[in-house]
Ligand binder design. Structure first.
Ligand SMILES: [Zn+2]
Length: 132
């Protein structure tokens, strides 16, 4: 992975200055939106470890199943953050509505979801989401 590669999350910043430090656990997501972006990037880069550690234990999938789902050939192409409620530095919960586009094994995939996040012990975690 080259240092000047643009971050898959669409921030416009280089990956090395955006989601990579969060995936590597060198920095933690400060907001629900940052965690959301880093998880999209983890899907795009098939970073199983980050997806698991950023998933709330109550809803976290079995590692093997998640690993298999990452290997289905889906290419994540675009992320748009549509709406954010709370999820800031002074909040302990938040929601992020987003739309993500991918090319899956069966063709075009569009995921439009409102995701719920909580912060526990200073770490933002993905809980679950409603498909819009
Ligand atoms: Zn990013």
């Amino acid at each position: 992975m080259s240092d000047d590669m643009r971050c898959p999350c669409g921030s416009g910043d280089p990956l090395a200055d955006c989601c990579a430090p969060i995936l590597d656990r060198r920095r933690q997501a400060g907001t629900a939106q940052q965690l959301m972006r880093s998880r999209y990037t983890a899907f795009a880069l098939r970073d199983l470890a980050h997806l698991l550690v950023s998933w709330h234990p109550s809803t976290r999938p079995v590692a093997d199943e998640l690993a298999r789902s990452l290997e289905d050939g889906t290419r994540w192409l675009h992320l748009a953050i549509l709406r954010i409620e709370a999820g800031g530095p002074f909040d302990d919960q938040g929601t992020v509505e987003f739309r993500a586009l991918a090319k899956g094994p069966g063709g075009r995939v569009e995921l439009h979801e409102t995701s719920r996040f909580v912060r526990e012990d200073g770490h933002w975690l993905y809980v679950d989401g409603d498909v819009v």
